[in-house]
Design a protein around this ligand. Structure first.
Ligand code: SF4
Ligand code: SF4
Length: 83
């Protein structure tokens, strides 16, 4: 079964994961100013959020590797400012 976690302490609240996710799995908590997993059932395990998160805060476990096909080039380019 797919698992996804966000390390709360590592999240810097940039919202890139919300922007890049094609299936709207995340919500943003305005009080903590951190991203949270909202609807894990929607996750297609494209791993774009893992890839783009500048803090390396998002991890997936038990995902099928064939699902790792999706990259949103536009949002991936936005990551450059963090490098
Ligand atoms: S991309 Fe990473 S640092 Fe940015 S809001 Fe999402 S979990 Fe937090
Ligand atoms: S792996 Fe893809 S579908 Fe799943 S939460 Fe991340 S960006 Fe969304």
């Amino acid at each position: 079964m797919l698992e996804m976690k966000i390390k709360e302490k590592a999240c810097r609240g940039c919202k890139l994961c919300l922007d890049v996710c094609p299936t709207e799995c995340f919500i943003f908590n305005d009080e903590t100013e951190k991203a949270e997993v909202s609807v894990l059932e929607n996750c297609i395990a494209c791993l774009s959020c893992d890839y783009i998160c500048p803090s390396g805060a998002i991890t997936h476990n038990n995902h099928h590797v064939v699902a790792n096909f999706y990259r949103n080039i536009h949002f991936s380019q936005r990551m450059e400012k963090f490098l």
